[in-house]
Design a protein around this ligand. Sequence first.
Ligand code: GFB
Length: 320
Amino acid sequence: MASVPFELKGKTVYVAGHRGMVGSALVRRLTGEDVELLTATRSEVDLRDQAAVNQWFGARRPQVVFLAAAKVGGIIANDTLRAEFLYDNLAIASNVIHAAQVYGSEKLMFLGSSCIYPRLAPQPLREDSMLTGPLEPTNEPYAIAKIAGIKMVEAYRSQYGADFINVMPTNLYGPGDNYHPEYSHVVAALIRRFHEAKVSGAKNVVVWGTGMPRREFLYVDDLADACIHLMKTYSGTELVNIGTGEDITIAEFARVVAASVGYTSEISFDASRPDGTPRKLLDVSRLAKLGWRAGTALDEGIVLAYHAYLEEKAVQSTRV
Ligand code: GFB
């Protein structure tokens, strides 16, 4: 089953979800490796369609798979599109993991999420706290789909000896994020809101919730680097958390974003909006033992993300 170090060099590597924020960061990072990159757009292969996935795997037979495809969104998207978050993510995980086994992929990495841990699990969140208590209700469908994917990876390891591994990223941000005003995650939402307020000269920006929840944020290019590192050096049943090991309140975080964007007026909080999980800080000691730590400081990463937002906005405005 497992051979570490695992050689990526010369392999065909499939990034499932290459148009998303995580997948595109993996593609950027993999250009520095000597691999043959395989991607497929949704119109070529809808990953929710088992027959289409099997046909594609049968034809291309990727040796290595990064399963970064998922339906994702912020707290409101998760809580509103509950059926889609459950169905799409269950189908994607089920189809891709099974096809990787059937068509002989040598190694697969499944990307989960820190929301698979119980809402009130002890902090920082250790990998072995999965399934020890109730989930955060706003993202239970997404978390259940991700837990099913994790359990598939574990089962395919144990029954078939497949070298499949699970990693759990914390909250992510960076180029390629979704800036939808209602459905995005907090980082993209605040970058856009503070930018628009700066441009319009608005004197107040509203941040959702009480400002008290704490979150850990990882720059997506750091995540991609950690994934490549773990693909090469880790094989095992245990999950591996990927984060910075540091968190911040949403109120403090809003001030970091405002400063990076150059917005200097008032910030207020709308407590009628959901807070979600009170705290979600990952224990990254297993990752550190495996020889990786995050390189991008939060304030530095937010500036990079803001520039990426401005570039993406400029590109969109030139599209006809
Ligand atoms: O990023 P976010 O939607 O993800 O929200 P979660 C994080 C925190 O930021 C929450 C607050 O406490 C929000 O109330 N927040 C403040 C905002 N202003 C805003 C805003 O304008 N937009 C958003 N979206 N939040 C998601 C899960 O939870 O995290 C997913 O629903 C996934 O399943 C993802 O795991 C990483 O951390 O609350």
